[in-house]
Design a protein around this ligand. Structure first.
Ligand code: NAP
Length: 258
């Protein structure tokens, strides 16, 4: 697969979990990487670790709900690296809230980060992506929303399905610049964010995943590498599920004896 030497990858929510794995994987394959996050300390640590392993990375504060911080980050990437070829819109939150008690603020916050944040991120980096001969946008959606549901995640599922609606129109609009727009739909991935959800949730999920394990952040990062590769230059507006087969069983009977 493509070596990303000479290319620049920008990843939001890259201080932890899936975003950190994306940053590490792009860096290992030669890309210069901008690690964007609200957690500046953890982001700086990710960038430093990449540099210690011989890669090139910088960390920047960017709150995807705030266009000012995004344009500042874009200007810093432009100054340091002069370009953006790959944009991974990965920052997302998944606090649980049940419909009977969900507040308007709960709804708005999840939409602000997951859906509007994606749009604002794309807009901030689009001028640089347009200049790239290898422009790629990779969205981190989820199986939750586009395919499955889970109590407490109606607002979250709405944002993750909304990302796919955005993707399809954006893919058409940006095709004239040679930019592809694709989405990854992770299942349950072992990250800091999911860790908060608890041991019982984890046990139950492992029981219904044919591979009998949660995914690793790298499993998702490899899909991002593929969408960003030269080999995927004719693929746009598409989704790739990375879930160890979680969505496949028709019922619990399908999992008996495996
Ligand atoms: P994570 O471990 O919580 O890491 C997400 C990172 O994003 C954190 O560093 C977080 O900072 C940061 N962040 C939060 N709000 C932000 C904002 N407004 N602007 C910029 N950065 C922000 O999450 P993850 O599990 O890796 O999830 C990453 C993405 O994958 C999300 O879009 C999520 O919906 C999606 N996803 C995850 C799973 C899963 O099983 N883990 C499954 C499907 C989809 P703080 O920690 O300080 O908040």
């Amino acid at each position: 697969m493509t070596n990303f030497s000479g290319r620049v990858a920008v990843i939001t929510g890259a201080a932890k979990g899936i975003g950190r794995a994306m940053a590490q994987q792009f860096a290992q394959r030669g890309a210069r990487v901008a690690v964007l996050d609200i957690d500046t300390e953890a982001a700086a640590q990710v960038a430093q670790t990449i540099r210690q392993h011989g890669g090139d990375a910088l960390s920047l504060f960017a709150d995807v709900t705030d266009p000012t911080t995004l344009s500042h980050a874009a200007a810093e990437v432009q100054k340091a690296y002069g370009r953006t070829d790959i944009l991974c819109c990965n920052a997302g939150i998944y606090p649980q809230a049940f419909l009977e008690t969900m507040t308007e603020a709960d709804w708005d916050k999840v939409h602000a980060v997951n859906l509007k944040g994606m749009f604002l991120t794309v807009q901030a980096f689009l001028p640089m992506l347009k200049q790239s001969p290898y422009g790629r946008i990779v969205l981190t959606s989820s199986i939750t929303g586009p395919i499955t549901g889970f109590p407490g995640w109606a607002h979250y599922g709405a944002t993750k399905a909304g990302m796919l609606g955005f993707m399809r129109s954006a893919a058409i609009e940006l095709a004239k610049y040679g930019i592809t727009v694709n989405a990854i739909l992770p299942g349950n991935i072992e990250t800091e964010g999911l860790g908060d959800i608890g041991e019982e949730y984890r046990r139950q999920m492992e029981a219904v995943i044919p591979f009998k394990r949660l995914g690793k952040p790298e499993d998702v990062a490899y899909a991002a590498l593929f969408f960003a590769s030269d080999e995927a230059s004719y693929i746009t507006g598409q989704t790739l599920i990375v879930d160890g087969g979680q969505i496949l069983p028709e019922s619990s009977l399908a999992l008996e004896g495996i």
